[in-house]
Design a binder for this molecule. Structure first.
Ligand code: SF4
Length: 364
């Protein structure tokens, strides 16, 4: 199949649903890691079509949701510093920090700009030599290469008024952390196709073998998701624990090697705390010592910022698949997309927002 339409074909989808129901001799719990997959699953009603056959557990693959509150608070502090133009992807603006969010600061007059690429922020720095321009680099291995390119180019240009607040995260360590947890109930994973288009899937081979768990790298269209689920169920039923690639039209085992080389030139792998999940060893990417001069955390006094999460928000339990968003007492009550208590309700990829849009208010 080559064209998008084929991946939304109702007849193919129906055949795959029937094949999954025939293959499954018992209910299986399968996690889709990526927030984009969560939204597709709910949008097309895949969770409902497979009710009683597969329980979809929604994973921590929403970059906005997992960015720790500490970094939101650092972003808020830097954005308020005199002379700063603070640049961010738009979906970070409404994520609540301890006391405010970037959108609130912007409304109060801070110079906060939405950009579509870190290179836009770099251009802004070249155009405004008398201002400090800071880019907020968040997200998984999918967005990290563009941040790395901006840092690399800033160093090449010796651009003195540009820095990056970097909080990138890596998928394999969080999968291992979930599997280590005593409360884990995931029996198979749909791997995140976009991340694997950069990193390949060789990193998942030892995880599948060590934890005896199937991992099927999967795309985002309904037929992709159903095909990925079918391949996972087949493995579970046959007692196989392998990494398979449903998304071979985009993902190759070794991934995008030039992008990986760039990541190695610019970033170190570090321990990182995830919002709602806590610290995970080796799960972060941070600017290396060669790029200290372009590290916003070195240029602005943001070390040791004290943070405070909303005690009402259960997004950590949602991100680990321990509860469904609708089981949070605040869902749709004190927490809505217009007035979110937690990042999983803010982000367009967040599980709470997906349930709000597709299950509670399908016409919003
Ligand atoms: S519904 Fe709101 S308060 Fe509850 S877990 Fe989701 S984001 Fe947090």
């Amino acid at each position: 199949m080559k064209y998008l339409q084929e991946y939304r074909d109702p007849a193919t989808a129906k055949k795959l649903v029937a094949a999954i129901k025939t293959a499954a001799t018992r209910p299986w719990k399968i996690m889709e890691v990526c927030g984009g997959q969560t939204h597709s699953a709910l949008k097309y009603g895949i969770d409902q079509l497979l009710d009683g056959v597969i329980e979809l557990i929604h994973g921590p693959g929403c970059p906005v949701c997992v960015t720790p509150i500490e970094y939101i608070d650092k972003a808020l502090a830097i954005a308020q510093a005199p002379g700063v133009i603070f640049c961010s992807f738009g979906d970070m603006l409404r994520v609540p920090g301890s006391a405010s969010d970037l959108l609130g600061l912007k409304a109060q007059g801070a110079d906060i700009r939405i950009v579509y690429s870190p290179l836009d922020a770099l251009t802004l720095a070249q155009q405004n030599p008398d201002r400090q321009v800071v880019f907020f680099g968040v997200g998984f291995e999918t967005t990290a290469p563009a941040t790395a390119l901006a840092a690399y180019q800033a160093r090449q240009l010796n651009l003195e008024n540009f820095t990056l607040l970097v909080c990138h995260v890596r998928v394999p360590p969080v999968i291992e952390a979930l599997l280590h947890s005593p409360s884990n109930k995931v029996q198979g994973f749909l791997g995140a196709g976009h991340v694997c288009s950069i990193m390949g899937y060789h990193e998942y081979l030892p995880i599948a073998a060590r934890y005896r768990i199937p991992i099927v790298i999967t795309g985002f269209e309904p037929v992709d998701l159903l095909q990925g689920l079918y391949m996972t169920v087949q493995q579970l039923e046959e007692g196989r624990f392998e990494v398979e690639n449903e998304y071979s039209r985009v993902v190759k085992e070794q991934g995008n090697l030039p992008a990986q080389e760039l990541l190695l030139k610019v970033f170190d792998t570090v321990d990182r705390s995830w919002r709602g999940l806590g610290p995970i060893a080796g799960s972060g990417l941070a600017l290396n010592a060669d790029h200290d001069d372009w590290n916003a955390e070195q240029r602005f006094p943001v070390a040791g910022i004290a943070t405070q999460e909303s005690p009402l928000c259960r997004s950590g339990d949602v991100l680990q698949g321990l509860i469904k968003p609708t089981q949070c007492p605040e869902f749709g009550v004190r927490c809505t997309p217009d007035k979110p208590l937690g990042a999983t309700m803010v982000s367009s990829e967040g599980a709470c927002a997906a349930y709000f849009h597709y299950r509670i208010h399908p016409h919003v």
